[in-house]
Design a protein around this ligand. Structure first.
Ligand SMILES: [Zn+2]
Length: 67
């Protein structure tokens, strides 16, 4: 699993999302439910957590990092 860091483009709330696939395929944007907005909002994909470091999505080069 990869922990992604996403930010709501409307209210600025950051959230983490644990998923088993590469969010980089969404080209930096993904629509998800925002608890603060209480609506589906576009979120910017800030990157993914590599240990305690945030890395930009472009640094995922191979799908086998994901598992
Ligand atoms: Zn929001």
């Amino acid at each position: 699993m990869t922990e992604w860091v996403l930010k709501c483009t409307v209210c600025g709330t950051e959230r983490r999302l644990d998923v088993g696939f590469n969010l980089a395929v969404f080209k930096g944007r993904i629509v998800l439910y925002c608890r603060k907005c209480r609506a589906n909002r576009e979120h910017r994909i800030l990157g993914y957590m590599d240990g305690d470091r945030l890395r930009p999505p472009e640094e995922i080069s191979s799908p086998d990092i994901i598992d």
